[in-house]
Design a protein around this ligand. Sequence first.
Ligand code: HEM
Length: 137
Amino acid sequence: MIDVVKPGQVYKSTQYDKLGGEAGVRQLTKHFYQAMNSIAEVKTIREMHAPNLSEAEDKLFMFLSGWLGGPSLYIEKFGHPRLRARHLPFIVGTKERDQWLHCMDVALSNMDIEKPMRDELMQAFFNTADFMRNKTE
Ligand code: HEM
């Protein structure tokens, strides 16, 4: 993506840039679904997904691209994400939330990023994942 910086304006790099742009965000989503596919403790959420994870991986990549400050690929293709509504067909409680976050934590541990950024991202993922909960506990 080309950024046009006007005179006197400071370009502030986004989390998308810091993760390595498109290639970095693709790596992150790949690690995320590899974790979901291989860690026994996240079986509950793995079973919610289709046997083949490639479509889910592609959609998460497109969504995260915009969410992290890069191109809004998901919105361009599918419109408003309505993320909470899209998760309503699935039961999402604290167990499911924490399994999702565990996969993301493993995925981030495979990326070459500094701890402050990793903590910042985990906090942002926690907020979004927590918002997805739809089960009374
Ligand atoms: C809180 C726990 C979560 C669970 C259990 C969960 C589960 C799921 C499941 C089962 C699907 C459908 C996948 C398929 O079609 O096979 C899905 C889709 C998706 N999830 Fe999640 N998810 C969670 C949190 C999140 C979070 C935090 C994000 C974003 C940061 C996210 C982003 C997405 C996106 C973009 C899709 C694709 C939506 C579409 O169909 O267009 N999910 N999720």
